[in-house]
Ligand binder design. Structure first.
Ligand SMILES: NC(=O)C1=CN([C@@H]2O[C@H](COP(=O)(O)OP(=O)(O)OC[C@H]3O[C@@H](n4cnc5c(N)ncnc54)[C@H](O)[C@@H]3O)[C@@H](O)[C@H]2O)C=CC1
Ligand SMILES: O=C(O)C(=O)COP(=O)(O)O
Length: 530
């Protein structure tokens, strides 16, 4: 039974599928301190959060069973991604579910700013009928600068057009072609600062975006600009902004997010007549909260059940078409990796993966991760998963080399895993996915073979002499080991040969030792593929 902890307020309706799952129990404990979370996190397989819970390195370290941290929302700046990757914890988010909601909040803020709605409301309910102090401005014909044209920024631009605004947009990934399609003008940050009447930011907080609007930008800013931040506190320098408002450079600002949340009671925004604020409400609608909770619950279930998933933040994204193509090979890849590791007795210096046939022209990185996981798991155990395997390989100076499009030897698809050791030994295992037959191992070192990569396998190397098969069969029979299948491979008559037996149960070490003691038999080892 998987245990899921929900440590922030997340929509009940959204997480219903987790609650209903027969293999999951869900517990809600919100408002915990870091130490309180550390004390209990060891019991849980998954943690669901929004932006309040700071998922620190200490929490991850205490989460010994933790497989996944699910963020019901976009920003993951409250989660230590590096620590998660090192520990093999998958971090997923729900990037699409709150886009429109946050875009609408941005608009609400922009209009509230243009028409002084919060200030006018406060005065009216305070008993003052003041119609002179709140002269506003129209949005029509104004220039809106959008910094960050991702999901939310693009939706804001779309709506701003309907309000008759001219849009100047900047995003490092915004091409001229896409800008034209969206009917916005591609501009630099500098052009936007010097020309916009309104400016809204929709970037994540990164070292590059931190204080991207600060003193130097306010110095050259178009006088009377109104600024909205519904993205992340820290993209705009808060103290420099207050100064710019006081100097009359900025006519007003609307902030949903703060450099530190919640802000201190004496934060200058909270008492400034020209700055309006909301307590990080961008994503807070019934619809968005249901959407993100549904998305994240679905992904968490996939991860817990070892099924493919898509929105991992600490792994590169994979297009659904690529994923569909690769997914059938995941189990084969992992087993080939595991097989190769089990027959390699020296320290591995390189994992070489060659993809041929159908796999020669797709981005195979996700599949490579399964192979590397298979190789490492033999020595490192369950600590290894597809999130941390590359990191763990690098830490151990193991090179992962991938080649594509070498000859497929007649197979429609062929995965060849070669492990190279520091002593220049090489072990090679190749496998294919045969339509209608499933996974097969088709080559072992230089020998062509045909075995299903599953269960208990005995690999024997011997000299090609008459009678050996009989000795082996008799010895295994005497030890109550039932042989399910047997294959013999050799390159030349009387030369070195291999025998591969699949057997019904684990083989005791003594039996392997007795096998090795047989005449003309050089080695016998058991490979277990679960
Ligand atoms: N206030 C709230 O409750 C909410 C806030 N957010 C925040 O809004 C922000 C945007 O979210 P989405 O649009 O969903 O993300 P997104 O990833 O779709 O878009 C972000 C865009 O920022 C761009 N960008 C990165 N560096 C930039 C730079 N230096 N200058 C200009 N653009 C840059 C990226 O290329 C990307 O296109 C995120 O920080 C997210 O955490 C999201 C939802 C709710
Ligand atoms: O999704 C985001 O990035 C947000 O900022 C929303 O945060 P929240 O889930 O409302 O705490």
């Amino acid at each position: 039974m998987f245990k899921v902890l929900v440590s922030d307020p997340i929509s009940d309706l959204g997480i219903q599928q987790l609650v209903d799952a027969s293999d999951v129990t869900v517990e809600k404990k919100t408002g915990l301190t870091e130490d309180e979370l550390i004390a209990i996190i060891g019991d849980y397989d998954a943690l669901l959060v929004r932006s309040q819970t700071r998922v620190t390195e200490r929490i991850m370290a205490a989460g010994t069973k933790l497989k996944v941290v699910g963020r019901a929302g976009v920003g993951v700046d409250n989660i230590d991604l590096e620590a998660a990757t090192k520990q093999g914890i998958i971090v997923i988010n729900a990037p699409d579910g709150n886009t429109i909601t946050t875009c609408e909040h941005t608009f609400a803020m922009m209009m509230a700013l243009a028409r002084h709605i919060p200030q006018a409301y406060a005065k009216t309910i305070g008993g003052t009928w003041d119609r002179k102090s709140f002269l506003g401005v129209e949005l029509r014909n104004k220039t809106l600068g959008v910094l960050g044209m991702g999901r939310i920024g693009s939706e804001v631009a779309k709506r701003a057009k309907a309000f008759g605004m001219n849009i100047l947009a900047y995003d490092p990934f915004l091409t001229q072609e896409r800008a034209e399609k969206m009917e916005v003008k591609l501009a630099t940050v500098d052009t936007i600062i010097r020309n916009a009447d309104f400016m809204t930011v929709h970037t994540p907080l990164t070292p590059e975006t931190h204080h991207m609007i600060s003193g130097p930008q306010f110095e050259v800013m178009k006088k009377g600009m109104r600024i909205v931040n519904c993205a992340r506190g820290g993209v705009i320098d808060e103290m420099a902004l207050v100064e710019a408002v006081d100097q009359g450079i900025v006519a007003g600002a609307a902030f949903d997010v703060f450099e530190s949340e919640p802000p201190e009671q004496d934060h200058p925004f909270l008492s400034h007549p020209k700055i309006i604020v909301t307590p990080h409400l961008g994503a807070s609608t019934i619809e968005a909260q249901e959407n993100v909770a549904i998305d994240v619950s679905e992904e968490v279930l996939h991860i817990l059940r070892n099924e493919p998933f898509k929105n991992a933040v600490n792994m590169p994204p994979v297009a659904p078409t690529v994923m569909n193509k690769l997914q059938p090979y995941f189990s084969l890849g992992e087993r080939l990796g595991s097989f190769a590791a089990q027959v390699t007795n020296q320290a591995i210096s390189e994992i070489h993966v060659d993809y041929a046939g159908d796999l020669s022209d797709v981005d195979t990185l996700p599949l490579t991760r399964y192979i590397v996981k298979g190789v490492l798991v033999h020595h490192l155990g369950s600590e290894v998963n597809i999130v941390n395997c590359m990191h763990l390989a690098k830490q151990r100076d193991i090179n992962v080399v991938v080649t594509q499009a070498s000859k497929s030897k007649g197979f429609t698809n062929l995965l060849t895993v070669t492990l190279k050791t520091q002593d220049h030994e090489e072990r090679l295992v190749a496998g294919t996915l045969l339509n209608g037959y499933g996974d097969r191992i088709v080559q072992l070192d230089k020998f062509p073979v045909d075995i299903a990569p599953e269960g208990h396998i005995i690999l024997i190397s011997h000299n090609d002499k008459p009678g050996i098969i009989g000795y082996v069969g008799t010895l295994l029979g005497q030890n109550d080991v039932n042989i399910a299948s047997m294959q013999v491979g050799r390159k030349i008559i009387g030369g070195s040969a291999i025998m591969i037996l699949t057997v019904d149960k684990a083989v005791h070490k003594d039996v392997l030792a007795q096998l090795i003691a047989l005449p003309e038999l050089n080695n016998a080892e058991e490979i277990v593929l679960t």
